[in-house]
Write a protein that binds this ligand. Structure first.
Ligand code: M6R
Length: 604
C-alpha cells in the first residue's frame, strides 16, 4: 500500500509533492510526509492522519528554485500510524520513502543495532536509509552504496532515496510495488506510484519493471535491470488533461460512483455487445485453445465478482470453474495445469496478493487473462490478455462501480465462451444479450428508492450483527453486501448461503439479529423464501429485498418485476450498496476513507 512521489526540478517542489500525494491518498491515509533537499539542506514535515494535516503544517514552507523532494502517504504495516513511523525516514544525511514490505528487515536491523545504529521508528523502511549510509562510508560512490544496499533487501518495494552526498539526485528502485517516472517538457522528473499525479504534468512516462533501479538528476535518467545492465528508456505517453474525479454535488465519492454505475456499464458494453453475439476485440482466439478449466483469483470485492462468475461460466459455457482467494492460493502449493486459463480480477491491477498469483500462474506456464480497471497497471502489463472494465477512476475505498463493471464483463465473457463452445443455442444467446442490454437500466437509482433506503437505515444502527443471505449468484452478492456494510459502518456482518443458515448460524436468531434477505423472483425463489421463513419464525428481524411481497418481513424493499435473475442481481447490488452507505452516514463515519483501510492493497 502507500503512495510515493518524488520530484527533481526548478518549479514549486512543495506543490508538486502535495498535489501528487493528494492523488495517491486513496492508497493510504494514516500519515503523510515530505522531505525537500535544497542547497544541501533538508527540510522535512510529517503529520499523522489525512493529508490535510500535512498541508496545514507546510503552509509556511515555500521553497523556490531548484530542489529535489520525496513524499509519502502511508498505510501502516509495521508500527502504529505515528509521526515517528511516518515517512520519509531519516538517516544522518539522507531520507527515504518506501512502499511495500522489507521481509528481512528484522535481520538487517539487528545487525545495524549491533553496530551501534539507533532506530527512531518501528518501521521496516528505516533499515533502508541506515543500510545505505553504512555502505556510503565504504563504497566509491553513493550509487554504489545504493546498489549494495538493494542487493541485501528481500521483499517488495518501491523506493526513493535522497542524500546530501549527491544533492541533485534521487535514487530509485522498484520490485513488486508500482513506480512510474514522468519527464516534463522542461526535463523535470516526477516519480509516482500511479499515473494520476503525472497526468497533466508529464507527458512522457516510464513504467518500471520489477528489479529495475537507477537514478535521476537534472541532466540524467539512468535505468538498470536486476542483472545490473543498463536498460534503454522506453517512454509511453499519457493523456494531457487531468481526469481527476470530483464529487459533482454528491456527498461522497461512493455515492457518486453508485449513481454512475448505469453509464459506466454502458461504456463497458460499448462495441462488445453486438447483434450476433459478444465481441472482445482485445482477445486473441488462441487464448482459449486447449483450455478445459477456468481458475479465477482475486481479493475482496473482486473475489465476489469472481465467485459470481463461476456460476455463469459453468451454467452457460459448461466449463469447469474454480475460484480462489489470492492470499490463500499463494501458499497452498496449487496444482496448476496448462489446460487451465488463469483469470485474475482486480480494480486497481496492483493488489499484491493477486499480482503474485498471476506471476505464479505465468511461471507454471498457464495462459493468463486479467480483468482490470486500470490500464498500464502491473497486472495489465504482466498478463497475456486483458479486458478493461471501463468504470473510470474509483475513489471511494468501498468498491461499487468497479464491481458493477467487472460483473458486466464476466457475464459477457461467459456468453462469449458459450458461443465459442456451442453450449448455448443462437436463440439462447440472443435472449441473454437482450437481458444484458437491460443492465444499465436495472442499476439506475431513483429518488424513491434512495429515500426509502435512507429512511430504513435508521432502524439498522445497532443489534448484534447482520446476515446477508442468498442462493446461487445471490450468495456472492450477499457476501458483497456484508463486505460493503462492514467496511464503512464497522458493524459486524456476514454473507451466507440461505440454505446453510440452519446448519449453525440460525442459533443466533433473535430480534437483534438483522437478516438482509435477497429474494429474487427468477432464481430459487421458493427455496430461498423457506429459508427466510425459518429465520422469521425464530424472531430474527428480516429486511427482504424482492419483487414479490413477503409478509414475514419486518422491512421490505420492493424491486422491479424483471425477467432475468441477473437483472435482479444488478438491482439488488445497488440496494445493498446504498443501504451500507446510508447506515454509514447515519453513524457519522467517513464513507470514502473508512478507518484502517486503503484503496489499493499493495502489501501482502
Ligand atoms: O483493486 P482490487 O480489486 O484488486 O482490490 C481488491 C480488494 O482490496 C478490494 O476489492 C476491497 O475489498 C474493497 N475495499 C472492497 O470494497
Amino acid at each position: 500500500m502507500c503512495g510515493i512521489v518524488g520530484y527533481v526540478g526548478k518549479h514549486k517542489v512543495k506543490d508538486i509533492l502535495l498535489d501528487g500525494l493528494q492523488e495517491l491518498e486513496y492508497r493510504g491515509y494514516d500519515s503523510a510526509g515530505i522531505a525537500v533537499l535544497q542547497k544541501e539542506d533538508f527540510s522535512f514535515y510529517k503529520a499523522v492522519g489525512k493529508l490535510e494535516n500535512l498541508i496545514e503544517k507546510t503552509a509556511d514552507f515555500n521553497p523556490e528554485g531548484f530542489a529535489i523532494g520525496i513524499g509519502h502517504t502511508r498505510w501502516a504495516t509495521h508500527g502504529k500510524p505515528t509521526e515517528l513511523n511516518a515517512h520519509p525516514h531519516l538517516g544522518e544525511s539522507s531520507f527515504v520513502v518506501h512502499n511495500g514490505i522489507i521481509e528481512n528487515y528484522q535481520e538487517i536491523k539487528n545487525a545495524l543495532v549491533k553496530e551501534g545504529k539507533h532506530f527512531l521508528s518501528q518501521t521496516d523502511t528505516e533499515v533502508i536509509v541506515h543500510l545505505f549510509e553504512k555502505h556510503l562510508k565504504n563504497e566509491a560512490t553513493p550509487f554504489d552504496a545504493f546498489k549494495k544496499m538493494l542487493s541485501q533487501l528481500k521483499g517488495a518495494y518501491a523506493i526513493l532515496l535522497a542524500t546530501k552526498s549527491l544533492p541533485d539526485t534521487i535514487f530509485f528502485a522498484k520490485n513488486g510495488s508500482p513506480m512510474i517516472i514522468g519527464v516534463t517538457e522542461e526535463n523535470e522528473k516526477i516519480f509516482a506510484s500511479s499515473d494520476a499525479p503525472l497526468i497533466g504534468n508529464a507527458n512522457h512516462v516510464l513504467y518500471l519493471n520489477d528489479g529495475e533501479y537507477g537514478y535521476v538528476s537534472p541532466d540524467e535518467l539512468r535505468l538498470f535491470d536486476n542483472e545490473n545492465k543498463e536498460v534503454p528508456l522506453q517512454f509511453s505517453t499519457l493523456p494531457a488533461s487531468k481526469l481527476s474525479a470530483q464529487k459533482e454535488g454528491f456527498r461522497f465519492f461512493m455515492e457518486k460512483e453508485i449513481y454512475e454505475q448505469s453509464s459506466v456499464i454502458s461504456d463497458t458494453f460499448l462495441g462488445r455487445i453486438q447483434d450476433e453475439g459478444i465481441a472482445f476485440e482485445e482477445l486473441d482466439p488462441s487464448l482459449f485453445e486447449g483450455i478445459n478449466e477456468i481458475k479465477l483469483c482475486a481479493c475482496g470485492t473482486s473475489y465476489h465478482a469472481a465467485l459470481t462468475s463461476s456460476y455463469l461460466f459453468e451454467r452457460y459455457a459448461k466449463i469447469r470453474s474454480s475460484v480462489e482467494i489470492a492470499s490463500e492460493l499463494r501458499y497452498k502449493e496449487p496444482l496448476l495445469t496448462k489446460d487451465t486459463l488463469f483469470v485474475v480480477i482486480s480494480q486497481s491491477g496492483e493488489t499484491a496478493d493477486t499480482l503474485e498469483t498471476l506471476k505464479m500462474a505465468k511461471k507454471a506456464g498457464l495462459k493468463t487473462l486479467v480483468i482490470c480497471n486500470v490500464d498500464n497497471s502491473s497486472m495489465v502489463r504482466l498478463a497475456d490478455a486483458t479486458i478493461l472494465t471501463r468504470a473510470g477512476i474509483e475513489k471511494g475505498v468501498a468498491s461499487t462501480k468497479a464491481f458493477a463493471t467487472q460483473m458486466s464483463v464476466l457475464w459477457m465473457l461467459s456468453l462469449f465462451l458459450a458461443k465459442a463452445r456451442e453450449t448455448l443455442s443462437t436463440e439462447e444467446i440472443q435472449q441473454q444479450i437482450q437481458a444484458l442490454r437491460g443492465v444499465p437500466n436495472s442499476v439506475k437509482v431513483t429518488d424513491e428508492l434512495h429515500e426509502k433506503i435512507r429512511r430504513l437505515s435508521k432502524r439498522y444502527l445497532h443489534g448484534h450483527g447482520f446476515f446477508f443471505i442468498g442462493r446461487d449468484v445471490f450468495y456472492p452478492l450477499a457476501l458483497e453486501g456484508a463486505l460493503k456494510l462492514k467496511e464503512i459502518t464497522y458493524l459486524h456482518a456476514e454473507g451466507y448461503p440461505s440454505g446453510e443458515m440452519k446448519h449453525g448460524p440460525i442459533a443466533m436468531a433473535d430480534p437483534d439479529l438483522f437478516t438482509i434477505a435477497l429474494l429474487p423472483k427468477n432464481m430459487l425463489y421458493e427455496k430461498a423464501k423457506s429459508n427466510v421463513e425459518e429465520l422469521s419464525a425464530r424472531d430474527s428481524t428480516i429486511c427482504a429485498i424482492s419483487p414479490l411481497e413477503f409478509d414475514k418481513a419486518d422491512d421490505f424493499i420492493k424491486t422491479a418485476d424483471r425477467d432475468h435473475y441477473m437483472l435482479e442481481f444488478f438491482e439488488m447490488m445497488v440496494i445493498v450498496q446504498l443501504l451500507a452507505m446510508e447506515i454509514s452516514i447515519r453513524l457519522g463515519n467517513d464513507v470514502d476513507m473508512p478507518r484502517n483501510l486503503a484503496k489499493s492493497v499493495t502489501v501482502e
